[in-house]
Design a binder for this molecule. Structure first.
Ligand SMILES: N[C@@H](CCC(=O)N[C@@H](CS)C(=O)NCC(=O)O)C(=O)O
Length: 341
């Protein structure tokens, strides 16, 4: 029942009044359990994927690890739970996970009607299109009427595309799927001409999953804003603050030039702001219910935002993504942390 309701809200056709949220502190539950339960995407290399050895990696996964480092002092104290688009919000509401860190877009409707809180943007994205090169198209307006577009249901993607088509008289044939695995397979088998989703995911899919990446092109058009980041339950402001400030701390550390290899020197140096930020002097722990060294643990074990981005998505990875909107504000991007003091 809940799952159906959530699906309806995600599809944008119903409002959810808010279920009786589970009382109690997520922080206490996580500490007592000894590990964090994090809902992630089943597989987009660079954001969240599992290798043959059963090791998870990706930007969304690193956010889970950063929270585990802050709360439990161990980035590996995480159970990663793969979730499809349809069930992701219900999993949070039904306490199956503590955090949803799964290429999920922050929207007005989701934050105000699901009984959930958005925490902080970890990746500014937008909806794009991966097209078969043989179509000869560089942009949507080059496409012939009736071109087939594969899309996954229960996403902002499906709604955006439908709205875009109405607004711009864009004539296409929607080929919907319940999961990304099916949508990708359909594109590669020629059952559709284009695949649409967030552009970051498309870059990864093209580079790592297309039989021949050179047969595919990402079109110029970006038809939406997709600010991605974790959601938590809406009844636990302390937990929301923890997740939010863990993310902000990774940005703040990059802004101040402190990486995983420099954090020890910063903590042990004479700058009072650094000493407090990294726990050599008291100040940042108590109001969150954490130890004073939580920022230190995050940066030491997982790294600052720049390190996390470079390791998972940057030019040295298969996705080969530029920082773009995800650069620091001081470099012309949107990443900005309020003072951590
Ligand atoms: N950011 C969008 C899209 C998220 C999304 O779930 N996208 C698809 C395409 S990458 C997906 O991950 N599907 C995986 C699945 O459900 O199998 C949203 O929050 O709705």
């Amino acid at each position: 029942m809940l799952k159906t309701l959530f699906a309806a809200v995600v599809a944008g056709s119903a409002m959810y009044a808010g279920a009786p949220a589970a009382a109690g502190s997520t922080l206490d539950a996580v500490k007592e359990r000894g590990f964090l339960k994090c809902g992630v995407n089943p597989g987009i290399l660079g954001f969240s994927s599992i290798d043959r050895k059963g090791e998870w990696s990706g930007l969304d996964v690193d956010i889970c690890r950063a929270v585990a480092a802050a709360v439990l002092g161990d980035k590996n104290a995480v159970e990663l739970i793969p979730l499809g688009a349809k069930v992701r919000f219900a999993a949070l509401h039904e306490n199956e996970i503590d955090i949803l860190s799964r290429n999920t877009t922050w929207t007005f409707k989701r934050e105000t009607s699901l009984g959930l809180d958005f925490t902080e943007v970890t990746y500014y994205d937008g909806q794009g299109f991966l097209a078969r090169k043989s179509l000869g198209a560089k942009k949507l307006s080059d496409l012939k009427p009736g071109t087939r577009i594969c899309v996954t249901s229960f996403t902002t993607t499906a709604t955006n595309l439908a709205d875009y088509a109405k607004a711009y008289n864009f004539d296409y044939k929607q080929v919907p799927f319940g999961s990304m695995a099916e949508a990708k397979a359909a594109l590669f088998l020629g059952r559709c001409d284009l695949l649409t989703t967030d552009r970051g995911a498309l870059a990864s899919i093209r580079a790592t999953e297309a039989p021949n990446p050179d047969d595919f092109i990402i079109l110029d058009d970006i038809i939406s804003k997709e600010p991605l980041g974790p959601f938590v339950r809406g009844d636990d402001p302390q937990w929301r603050n923890i997740v939010r400030w863990v993310i902000l701390a990774t940005i703040e550390a990059e802004e101040t030039g402190i990486s995983s290899t420099k954090v020890d020197a910063a903590r042990d140096g004479s700058d009072p702001v650094m000493k407090t930020m990294f726990g050599a002097a008291p100040g940042v722990g108590e109001s969150l219910g954490l130890k004073d060294d939580w920022v230190y643990q995050v940066i030491r074990q997982v790294g600052n935002y720049g390190e996390i981005f470079a390791r998972n998505l940057g030019p040295g990875t298969p996705a080969m993504l530029e920082r773009g909107l995800n650069a620091l504000w001081s470099d012309g991007g949107l990443m900005y942390a309020p003072p951590l003091r």
